[in-house]
Ligand binder design. Structure first.
Ligand code: 0WD
Length: 258
């Protein structure tokens, strides 16, 4: 029987900012399933926060990696190769847009804000995958986090909706190329709203949290753990036939018309 057992498998999890990060919930679930973790953090400022909680998931390798720095990404996977050999899964849980772009008029989106949001939230998946797959073992997969504002208008989400649309397209192109070349699967989870650092930067986020329990079929918001469980499923052989997929973990919200 195919099991959700990741014993001896190396998982690189990018995007832990604090204990509320989706990446942290995923890291804990992968650890429970036996995975050996590599956690990346954006900068020195976040290092201490990640170090404080890292003990809860064994003895993960901690590596600084700002995805706007190409050398940092290359060095990350060189380090993973020298210390761990191979990688089984890459979890990409990173997004950023300047605060002034996340609210107000979409017409005021700046060229700089657009470039930064697309670079950090979408291009970084290509860059990280480029290096990861060179040391990815058979059965490996890549997983990223997206949001429904990629295809519907969520006021305030603005340029980040455009970045998520790009990210989802990247998932499909990577799935096509890596599936054909190396049998690697690439998927995304489209999560419902969760109270995290990144989410709090979006103007009107508390309204989004209020709307889901009213409209979603399950009449509630989702939990970090539900996203983590879906992530575990997607990276194990239980999901061996699934690639290029955007899996909604949103209490069913996205199916509703009214
Ligand atoms: O409701 C939510 N929270 C949802 C989040 C619903 C659906 C999707 N998502 C997505 C986000 O868009 C993101 O892609 O999940 C992913 C993880 O976001 P999160 O867990 O909600 O937020 P957070 O804990 O803030 O993690 C995102 C982190 C950054 O945090 P801050 O808030 O410090 O910018 O992405 C990292 C950083 O740690 N990050 C970077 N990492 C490396 N290099 C960079 C960078 N340049 N910029 C941001």
């Amino acid at each position: 029987m195919v099991k959700m057992d990741l014993s001896g498998k190396v998982a690189v999890v990018a995007g832990v900012a604090n204990k509320y990060s989706i990446a942290w919930a995923v890291a804990r679930r992968l650890h429970e399933a036996g995975a050996e973790l590599v956690l990346t953090y954006q900068n020195e400022k976040l290092k201490r926060r990640v170090e404080e909680i890292a003990g809860e998931v064994g003895e993960p390798l901690l590596v600084e990696c700002d995805v706007t720095n190409e050398d940092a990404v290359k060095n990350l996977f060189e380090k993973v190769k020298s210390e761990k050999g191979q990688v089984y899964t890459l979890i990409h849980s990173i997004a950023f847009a300047p605060r002034e772009e996340l609210g107000g008029s979409f017409l005021n989106t700046s060229r700089h804000g657009f470039a930064q949001a697309l670079d950090i939230s979408a291009y970084s998946l290509i860059l990280m995958s480029h290096h990861a797959v060179q040391i990815m073992e058979e059965g490996g997969s890549v997983l990223t986090m997206t949001y429904m504002a990629s295809e519907r208008v969520v006021p305030g989400y603005n340029v980040m909706g455009v970045a998520k649309a790009a990210l989802e397209s990247i998932v499909r192109y990577l799935a096509w190329e890596l599936g054909e070349q190396k049998g690697i699967r690439v998927n995304a989870i489209s999560a419902g709203p969760l109270n995290t650092l990144a989410a709090r930067g979006i103007k009107g986020f508390s309204r989004i949290l209020d709307v889901y329990p009213q409209r979603a079929p399950l009449k509630r918001n989702i939990t970090h753990e539900e996203v983590a469980s879906a992530a575990l499923f997607l990276v194990t052989p239980l999901a061996s036939g699934i690639t290029g997929e955007i899996l909604f973990v949103d209490a069913g919200y996205h199916i509703m018309g009214l």
